[in-house]
Design a protein around this ligand. Sequence first.
Ligand code: SF4
Ligand code: SF4
Length: 188
Amino acid sequence: MKLTNRSTVVVRKEMSLLEKLYLPAILGGAVITIKHFFRKKSTVKYPEHTREISEIWRGQHVLKRDDKGAERCTACGLCAVACPAEAITMTAAERKKGEENLFREEKYASTYEINMLRCIFCGLCEEACPKEAIFLTDRLVPTDFTRSEFIYGKDKLVEPVDERVDVTKRQTPEVLAFKQQKQLSHNK
Ligand code: SF4
Ligand code: SF4
């Protein structure tokens, strides 16, 4: 019984003398190879040369701080739930008195890890985050020799206080306008 009409019948006919010599096929292959020598190369000599990439390229993540330098992430786990590659793990902790300048919310991520070998850079974690805490950036994840180096913890993900990562180009005009509304507690 045929389920589809995609099957083709293989013809096992006897090869001709020309085909048995293989020379025409070898010459045909050589002609194709030589033609490629004169075509514009579609590869670049990375890392000496890099391609121009889009401003909204989905590369290495950043965990953002707010204007005062406190970490925005509240360890709600929505990014981890949204992640189709199950690349994100975290541990939640309660903010102690006196740590208000370190963590924006009462609950924060004491550990936060992304397995860059699992990540497919889909950006769903960025979309799921209600605190605008995680963004993908135009930075490339550097290569390495050991798998453990690709588990990115807070040391690699949280932006340094004095070296902020600009993500404004990733935000739509609507989001930027929303953030100007200081009467909303989200923007205070
Ligand atoms: S970019 Fe996609 S795959 Fe990577 S951590 Fe975020 S949700 Fe997961
Ligand atoms: S990055 Fe955003 S979505 Fe993920 S745990 Fe932190 S606050 Fe929640």
